[in-house]
Write a protein that binds this ligand. Structure first.
Ligand SMILES: [Zn+2]
Length: 53
């Protein structure tokens, strides 16, 4: 896939496991589960991926 933020074609993704107790820094991310981020620009790609509803 291609990162929508920086346009880099990603061969791998960084998956950040979230713990609810540690997720106070933003309200736009799911409160638990995993967030997938671009390894290049470190921005979150979760919005482009389904499954967090
Ligand atoms: Zn990126």
């Amino acid at each position: 896939m291609v990162c929508p933020h920086c346009g880099k074609e990603l061969e791998e993704l960084a998956v950040v496991r979230l713990l609810r107790s540690r997720v106070n820094f933003t309200s736009t991310l799911p409160r638990r589960g995993q967030v997938i981020t671009c390894i290049e620009c470190r921005k979150v790609l979760t919005a482009e991926l389904a499954g967090f509803a």
